[in-house]
Design a protein around this ligand. Structure first.
Ligand code: HXC
Length: 273
């Protein structure tokens, strides 16, 4: 199944076409598989998007393709050579985004890094790299976007996981980082609630055809995995996109400080992915 949306997402789905008309979403990791489809869904529903990434060619190409979905090359702005570990680069990216679109309403903090490594082969620098991309990068993203989000009473969605609900071997670095993201989101939800800002997490389980799943399940077939999931299938990027749309939409205006697990019920039965 291709990891990209088309106009049938709007035509056949439950969402209203112009749900996000006049709004702007800022996405880190927007050229990656899951965040790309989250961005596509927002753009198809009328939002403008800014995708921020490290790789110039990948970021530019992805933005171009997202723009083509709505036949508007200006609907998705690529900003590349930005490493979320560097808050100054994010501040610059926000400046460019504001010059282009004038506002920020939503943030998807999705930039992440992962690899399987047992503790004895996980160097201090490797642990730091993943925690810095996932957790510090999420903090930096909110830090840079915050002044604009205050103006629009905006909403943030962090991309978490279910790894840290149990102890997943060879994932101590990612589990620690994602647990931190949940804690960051909860704290900011409470602290910033009085300003009208909302902070939530989406926690994907095994999502088909993603780099993350490929990295974690080198030897498992998708049918083996599906049998271990109560809903008997892998998740899709559309499942995450739909959750994203819901959490940013006015239908979720009283929802903050939550973690939306989208895993087909897997973690309830201890399926570690
Ligand atoms: C052990 C490793 C390693 C591996 C890198 N390192 N790969 N150690 N096993 N497979 C070590 C390096 O040796 C180095 O430590 C340290 O990590 C930093 O490596 P660099 O290559 O210098 O870092 P950097 O260029 O910043 O790259 C960061 C990265 C890389 C995380 C290591 O993989 C990356 O950029 N990934 C982005 C893409 C990605 O991971 N996508 C998947 C996201 S999915 P030393 O000690 O040698 O200096 C996802 C899902 C999570 O996150 C949830 C799943 C359910």
């Amino acid at each position: 199944m291709p990891n990209t949306l088309d106009k049938t997402f709007v035509e056949n789905g439950p969402w209203k076409k112009d749900t996000f008309h006049g709004k702007v979403v800022f996405v880190t990791g927007g050229a990656g598989t899951i965040c790309r489809v989250q961005t596509e869904a927002m753009v198809l529903l009328g939002c403008k998007a800014v995708i921020v990434g490290r790789n110039p060619e990948k970021t530019r190409k992805t933005a171009h393709e997202i723009g083509q979905l709505v036949h508007d090359p200006h609907s998705c702005l690529p900003i590349s050579s930005v490493d979320v570990r560097n808050v100054d680069q994010l501040h610059e990216a926000v400046k460019v985004a504001i010059q282009k679109f004038g506002r920020l309403d939503y943030v998807i903090a999705g930039a992440a890094g992962n690899f399987l490594a047992d503790f004895t082969h996980l160097s201090s620098n490797a642990f730091k790299s993943v925690v810095s991309i996932d957790l510090l990068g999420s903090f930096n993203t909110v830090k840079a976007c915050f002044p604009e989000l205050v103006k629009t009473k905006g909403s943030v969605l962090f991309v978490s996981s279910t790894l840290h609900y149990y102890g997943v071997p060879f994932q101590s670095h990612v589990g620690a980082a994602k647990a931190g993201i949940d804690a960051l989101s909860n704290a900011l939800a409470v602290e910033m609630g009085p300003l009208g800002l909302r902070f939530n997490c989406v926690a994907p389980g095994a999502i088909a055809n993603t780099e993350g799943l490929a990295r974690l399940t080198k030897n498992d077939s998708s049918s083996d995995l599906s049998e271990m999931i109560p809903l008997q299938r892998l998740g899709t990027t559309v499942d995450i996109a739909n959750t994203t749309v819901f959490l940013f939409s006015p239908a979720a205006s009283y929802i903050t400080g939550t973690i939306h697990v989208v895993d087909g019920g897997a973690w309830h039965v201890g399926t570690q992915i």
